[in-house]
Design a protein around this ligand. Structure first.
Ligand code: NAD
Length: 391
């Protein structure tokens, strides 16, 4: 089987799906690796490094024509999508729960789609394949650095001949994988860190990293399925926003990471909360993306300064800005998953396998991932009587 690494084309995307170090493992399993020329440039992996590791470096045209399996970081770009042919497979963060339409398109075109974000993350044998966690770790680390760089004061307490600076007060909203890494990083920089999550079981993890867990009276436990948060009701959300606003106002840097799978991210920092913050404060919105974000007015990839001097940084894809580390992790996740799914050098699709049941979204012309298929069924209106006649 020919596995193809494309050069990513999304704005700001500097990651690459395989790094040269990972090629020996794949070749040992009978896979041939094709790399689009320049694919590793953004992460400082030269074509020559891939060639030395045994890959064939080719143009995009040659790559798409010859590939059996195409690896992408996120969803395929329009050019790849337009050229996929029946029988080919694609693997990446395809986000089928937020975009089931892409899955429907791929199924109708006879493409096998494998999505890294469907992995059953709590299975211990799947942990080496967990790209959501590996990329969230990188992003959480970078979020603390982005917050520190944009803040016009120190993170640590500093005593110098010119005076003493108090440590920055940092608040992390959402303490999943990214939030915990942001806490650890901000603590290592010397900040005083508080954190909040709707899943109160994260309190001990926050405390073990040296943070203070904030408990709200307005929302109790909002843990949902599989260790994720559930969406809050409108009333819960409003009460949470109002109660959080007082805490937000007391902090210098706020980093938000809250996500609910397949849904719009919850709004945690409202316009009123931003108005109550001090000039010079910084808010880093890691949930910022096309569906919205955790912070009112945040724009993906941009920094907005509010009228009262608060910098709101839309930072939804921070893993892409630490491309060496994030690509190395991602490549290991992808290679581990591929080796699990390959037999005799070919993809061996088996929806009965617990890992494959999570990641294989389309196969042999159908959407076989149950949650994605259910979303598509919901969005397709039931067929009416022939001719549209009403009884
Ligand atoms: P995520 O990216 O889906 O969300 C980030 C955080 O935001 C979560 O902690 C969530 O509770 C929180 N959140 C959602 N809505 C919120 C709101 N309204 N207010 C405040 N916080 C809100 O989460 P994730 O980092 O992908 O992790 C999700 C879960 O998966 C966690 O329980 C994590 O421990 C678990 N996990 C387990 C494993 C494993 O067992 N190996 C691996 C990875 C993740």
């Amino acid at each position: 089987m020919k596995v193809a690494v494309v050069k990513e084309s999304a704005p700001g995307e500097r990651r690459v799906t395989l790094v040269p170090e990972m090629l020996a493992r794949l070749r040992g399993a009978g896979l041939e690796v094709l790399v689009e020329s320049g694919a590793g440039d953004g992460a400082w992996f030269a074509d020559s490094a891939y060639a030395e590791a045994g890959a064939t470096v080719v143009s995009r045209d040659e790559l798409l024509a010859a590939a059996d399996l195409i690896l992408t970081v996120g969803q395929p770009d329009e050019q790849i999508l337009g050229r996929l042919r029946s029988g080919q497979a694609i693997l990446g963060m395809l986000n089928p729960l937020a975009d089931p339409g892409l899955a429907a398109t791929l199924a109708s075109r006879g493409i096998t789609a494998i999505s890294l974000d469907g992995l059953p993350r709590t299975l211990s044998r799947a942990q080496g394949m967990d790209a959501l966690s590996s990329q969230a770790n990188v992003a959480g680390y970078k979020a603390a650095l982005v917050g520190a760089a944009a803040f016009g004061r120190f993170f640590p307490m500093l005593t110098t001949a010119a005076g003493t600076a108090r440590p920055a007060r940092v608040l992390i909203l959402g303490t999943g994988v990214a939030g915990l890494q942001a806490i650890g990083t901000a603590r290592r920089l010397g900040a005083v860190v508080s954190a909040y999550d709707v899943r109160p079981q994260t309190k001990t993890e926050v405390e073990s990293l040296g943070g203070t867990f904030i408990e709200l009276t307005s929302v109790r436990d909002a843990g949902g399925e599989g260790g994720y948060a559930r969406a809050l009701s409108d009333e819960e959300r409003q009460a949470q926003q109002a109660e959080l606003a007082d805490h937000i106002a007391r902090h210098d840097v706020v980093i938000t990471t809250a996500q609910v799978p397949g849904r719009k991210p919850p709004l945690l920092v409202t316009e009123d909360a931003l108005k109550a913050m001090s000039a010079g404060a910084v808010v880093v919105d890691m949930a910022s993306g096309p569906l919205g974000g955790n912070v009112a007015g945040s724009v993906p990839g941009e920094t907005i300064v509010t009228g009262n001097g608060v910098s709101v940084i839309g930072a939804g894809n921070l893993a892409a800005s630490v491309p060496g580390a994030s690509s190395a992790f991602l490549a290991r996740n992808i290679a581990t998953l591929l080796l699990h799914m390959v037999a005799d050098g070919e993809l061996a699709i088996d929806p009965a396998d617990e890992i494959q049941a999570g990641v294989v979204i389309t196969h042999e012309g159908a959407v076989i991932h149950p949650a994605t298929a259910a979303l598509l069924a919901e969005s397709t209106p039931a067929a009416g009587p022939p001719g549209g006649a009403t009884p």
